[in-house]
Design a protein. Structure first.
Length: 362
């Protein structure tokens, strides 16, 4: 078992990563939160049937009531309506201020259960049990919780650090290949912005079996990077923004295709390549970097290009949370392993977007 500590004063917590953790998680959560008499498990219709019973039984064996609140799987559920249903479920289950919420699932579950925990009764304790690779390496760590609005992703949210993150790598075995690869886009992102060695190591993995065999170590490396950056800049006023590499263009891709064609990781991968092609052309990035990123993404069956009019990128970016006044901070690579923040006036943004050549093929 591996442990990564996130040092945030009285909001510090551990990320535990290992095989076979799920059956022991109920006892662990009870030890962590001994005052909680009810611990609500929030999960979705894909993950709940697979794992909620094991977690519930572990909590009940520790003497804790563990109601399971299940919502329909998918990004389209991550909204204020489902959040309202969660509040109702927590109230009906008798959750009080000394109780807790556990998110059992991927990024959508963690984000939405976390926002419910941050706001129900003005805040109850929260634990993350991420079940997708993307959630283990990114969304379950660092305290960002949110739901989407029709006009954009994650526009209503809060910062709520979990009391712990428990990652059972056995759960990754049941992930459909597409979602394993989806998480690899965020893993590759860590290599791009912080860790040339990780980037090189990822190039030496040639099958999903090999990947799963080393997943524990990869997750630990990514969580370490995330923990250090969150410790330094919890509220994302500076260095934490580096984690948004590929996300500005990626969010535009996700939105333009109505969150249906590309998963989050796929869109982020496309965003990393498209931006780096432009920053290479602008002389900000070492030549050949975009091709190296594209080759590594392709190794994990991830897309690297999309046809989208510049106007669609500009419209979505105008709504971006990262926009400040008339400028935007982009994350750019100097070279693989070295990201930096680059402020761009909105009027100069077209130079950082893919040049128009084809047509919109949606
Ligand atoms: N997903 C980026 C962050 O947590 O800051």
């Amino acid at each position: 078992m591996r442990k990564v500590h996130v040092a945030l004063g009285n909001r510090s917590y551990d990320i535990e990563i290992g095989q076979g953790l799920l059956p022991r998680m109920g006892a662990k959560i009870h030890t962590l939160l001994p005052q909680a008499e009810t611990i609500a498990i929030v999960t979705d219709s894909n993950i709940g049937p697979l794992y909620a019973d094991t977690l519930r039984q572990g909590l009940e064996a520790a003497g804790v009531k563990a109601p399971v609140l299940t919502f329909a799987a998918g990004e389209e559920s991550k909204n204020l309506t489902t959040l309202g249903q969660l509040y109702e479920g927590l109230a009906k289950a008798g959750v009080t201020r000394s109780d807790a919420v556990v998110a059992l699932g991927g990024g959508v579950t963690g984000d939405m259960a976390g926002l419910a925990a941050a706001t129900f009764l003005r805040g109850v304790a929260f634990v993350q049990v991420p079940t997708s690779l993307l959630a283990t390496v990114d969304s379950s760590v660092g305290g960002k919780v949110a739901v989407d609005l029709p006009c954009g992703k994650n526009l209503v949210g809060a910062f709520l650090q979990p009391k712990a993150v428990y990652i059972d790598t056995d759960l990754l075995q049941t992930l459909p290949a597409r979602f394993l690869h989806d998480g690899m886009a965020e893993v590759i992102k860590y290599g791009c912005i912080f860790d040339a060695q990780l980037f090189a190591d990822l190039g030496r993995i040639h099958s999903d079996q090999e990947l799963l065999a080393v997943a524990e170590g990869i997750i630990e490396r990514c969580c370490n990077h995330k923990a250090r950056v969150v410790e330094e800049d919890e509220r994302e006023t500076g260095r934490r923004m580096l984690l948004n590499f590929g996300h500005t263009l990626g969010h535009a891709v996700e939105k333009a295709f109505h969150y249906e064609t590309y998963s989050h990781g796929e869109a982020v991968g496309i965003g990393m390549v498209l931006l780096t092609q432009r920053t290479e052309a602008l002389g900000l990035t070492e030549a050949g970097t975009a091709d190296r990123i594209a080759a590594l993404l392709q190794q994990y069956s991830l897309p690297t290009d999309v046809q989208l009019p510049q106007q669609e990128f500009l419209q979505t970016i105008a709504m971006d949370k990262k926009k400040r006044g008339d400028s935007l901070t982009l994350v750019v690579l100097r070279k693989i392993g070295e990201g930096f923040l680059h402020k761009v006036a909105f009027r100069d943004l077209p130079a950082y977007l893919p040049e128009e050549e084809g047509h919109d093929e949606r």
